[in-house]
Design a protein around this ligand. Structure first.
Ligand code: CO
Length: 159
């Protein structure tokens, strides 16, 4: 089982490295382990930095279950922004309001090495921005306003 590291662990502040495409088939066990711990901790997203692996990999929970995105790139970010409360498995019991682009397109490789492009809006777009920030060494508390400690208003907002 992987372990989720918490702030101020230095791996949370590093920029993760691109994954070589030939390496993708060897990552299946790791991707499964990441999905497993994200679900166990009731997260809706998890970045590899959060398990102390500095690779550009994120997992997002979708209605069809966990989806691994390798070397994700966020494109076509909407002009429209939206503010909502966020939390993070690596910054336990801290919550704050973060302004994010309302919609965007994510381009990435799947666990099968397929290049995909998905349009995301609302919470899904928010999770993607939060997780891509992680692989760039950025935490939501760097951007949040009205930071509070304690229970979130919405239990689901654990990224
Ligand atoms: Co997080």
């Amino acid at each position: 089982m992987l372990n989720i590291i918490t702030n101020p662990h230095p791996a949370l502040r590093q920029k993760a490295k691109e994954v070589d495409l030939e390496e993708i088939p060897k990552l299946h066990q790791f991707l499964n382990d990441m999905a497993k711990i994200m679900l166990k901790k009731d997260g809706i997203g998890l970045a590899a930095n959060q398990v102390d692996i500095l690779k550009r990999i994120i997992i997002v929970n979708t209605k069809d279950g966990p989806l691994a995105l390798i070397n994700p790139k966020l494109l076509r970010k909407s002009f429209k922004k939206e503010e909502a409360e966020e939390g993070c498995l690596s910054v336990p019991d801290v919550f704050g309001m973060v302004k994010r682009n309302y919609s965007l397109t994510v381009k990435a490789y799947t666990k099968d090495g397929q290049e995909i492009s998905i349009k995301a809006t609302g919470l899904f777009a928010r999770v993607l921005q939060h997780e891509v920030d992680h692989i760039n060494g950025i935490l939501f508390i760097d951007k949040a306003k009205n930071i509070t400690k304690g229970k979130p208003r919405d239990e689901q907002d654990k990224l």
